[in-house]
Design a binder for this molecule. Structure first.
Ligand code: C2O
Ligand code: CU
Ligand code: CU
Length: 479
């Protein structure tokens, strides 16, 4: 079966918003898709790795003419790709050379909160470094790193503070999947920007409380990217790294995308589709098979009707490997039926956004859950103004499994582990969530201006031994 559907409620797509900024093809010439280099460790033993992640200001040649002032991790824009191996321990030096405080949030990594998780309670001040240590123990997946200072996440990410962080494991390595980085396994960070005079960005000028957007698609920091296809099969790891934009992806000739993984790892089974919507912070790994093309052909990736990436087909060797019918087995623990169901009500638009009628309070704990227990969370989007809008709901502290949407089965491509789920207006999405580490963790809408605007809350994961452990929570960051 090939799905031909974005699944979500069309009336809530971002293009129905009054402030919607449609994508337009920029006049800049085509250039090769930037493939970030892989971050090299400072030092490595069999089970331990030391590395440095350096948030730095810089200038990047994105368009012809003036360079754009940008921020990045270990490079001037976005970041080097970080590769973790499940089972190893990482000592990461977080270095901040920016003119203001930032934080280093591991979106999708299962690590303790709030200081290692790197949400808003874990600032690194300008000119400072700090070392964190954690062990990666989770499924192979495409996670990411981004800044998360409250309420300036939108500003930081817009300037470029976002990087891919892959987790590898033995199970994924045993499957016949493309994994030659930069050749047949490529990261695709989907973002949009508006370029102003001298090719500069103006976050404050373009700011929209319902999500800042620009008309120019920028993939891995490249405008009008092309990619040379030299293998029959290509694995694309999409990350919606936009502040606001939903990407409705489809290919010329309606070429089928076979989704193999979502946020938290491989799907139970591959899902074939001609349309894929990805909302803020979600990841989707898809395989494209170019068997019906030959050298010289072109295949175009679109979002809505705007071309965003051109694949130039080169000579390739025939590849008849078949995807296994089963990629993964998800055994998420069942919650106890008598336990309370956590409630998260996402409401409002613009400045009125909140969760359960409240704006985020950095010193307030809004919910609690015991370490290691799986519990239900009901996420409801009451937003119905003007057709309403989708809120991509994200939890720190691990991955969840989607149980149902308004009591119905989840979409076929969301059967794997997730950490972000988009919720339609009027819908309640039930998830099962288990935390594997103690700490204080945030949960929020990942339209970044909604998160900065207060559609965010936080919870404490506790143990019986110390149920009210105190954390040194920061008040709102003031610059
Ligand atoms: Cu991408 Cu609070 O996270
Ligand atoms: Cu996160
Ligand atoms: Cu939202």
């Amino acid at each position: 079966e090939v799905y031909n559907d974005y699944f979500f409620n069309e009336s809530a797509y971002d293009y129905h918003d009054g402030g919607y900024v449609p994508l337009e093809v920029h006049e800049a010439p085509a250039s090769p898709l930037n493939i970030p280099t892989i971050l090299q460790p400072d030092k490595e033993t069999e089970n331990e790795v030391w590395m440095t992640v350096h948030a730095q200001p810089g200038e990047t040649q994105i368009l012809p003419g003036a360079k754009t002032k940008t921020w990045g991790y270990n490079q001037s824009l976005l970041g080097q790709t970080i590769v973790f191996h499940s089972g190893k321990t990482y000592h990461v030096t977080l270095k901040n050379s920016l003119p203001e405080l930032t934080t280093f949030h591991w979106h999708g990594l299962d690590v303790p909160g709030p200081f290692i998780d790197g949400g808003c309670h874990a600032p690194v001040y300008p000119g400072e470094s700090k070392e964190i240590t954690f062990t990666v123990n989770q499924e192979a997946s495409t996670t990411w790193l981004h800044a998360h200072p409250c309420p300036l996440t939108g500003w930081d990410v817009w300037h470029g503070l976002a990087a891919m962080a892959y987790v590898k494991d033995d199970h994924e390595a045993s499957l016949p999947l493309p994994r030659n980085y930069g050749v047949d396994d490529i990261p695709v960070v989907l973002q949009d920007r508006r370029f102003h005079e001298d090719n500069q960005w103006d976050y404050d000028g373009d700011y929209d409380p319902d999500g800042t957007a620009g008309p120019t698609a920028m993939l891995n920091g490249t405008v009008n990217p092309t990619f040379d296809v030299t293998t029959q099969k290509l694995r694309l790891r999409f990350l919606d790294g936009s502040n606001r934009r939903e990407w409705r992806l489809h290919l010329s000739d309606d070429l089928v995308m076979t989704q193999i993984a979502g946020d938290g790892g491989l799907l139970p089974e591959p899902v074939k589709m001609t349309k894929l919507m990805i909302t803020c912070a979600e990841r989707a790994e898809v395989i494209l098979d170019f068997k019906d093309y030959k050298a010289g052909d072109k295949v175009t990736l679109y979002s809505d009707d705007c071309p965003i990436l051109t694949f130039n087909i080169k000579e390739f060797a025939a590849d008849d490997t078949e995807l296994p019918a089963q990629l993964n087995e998800i055994n998420y623990p069942e919650p106890n039926k008598d336990d309370l169901v956590h409630q998260v009500v996402l409401s409002g638009t613009d400045e009125e956004v909140g969760i359960n009628g409240k704006k985020f309070g950095m010193m307030r704990i809004d919910d609690r859950q015991e370490l290691g227990k799986s519990e239900y969370w009901d996420i409801t989007n009451t937003n119905d103004c003007c057709g309403g809008m989708l809120h991509p709901y994200h939890m720190h502290g691990g991955s969840f499994q989607i149980v149902s949407r308004n009591g119905e089965a989840p979409y076929p491509n969301e059967m794997g582990l997730k950490d972000t789920v988009s919720v339609n207006p009027g819908e309640t999405v039930r998830i099962k969530m288990r935390f594997n580490f103690e700490g204080v963790f945030m949960y929020h809408c990942h339209i970044i201006e909604h998160e900065d605007g207060g559609m965010m809350a936080q919870m404490q994961v506790y143990t019986q031994e110390n149920p009210y452990k105190k954390y040194d929570l920061m008040p709102m960051h003031v610059l």
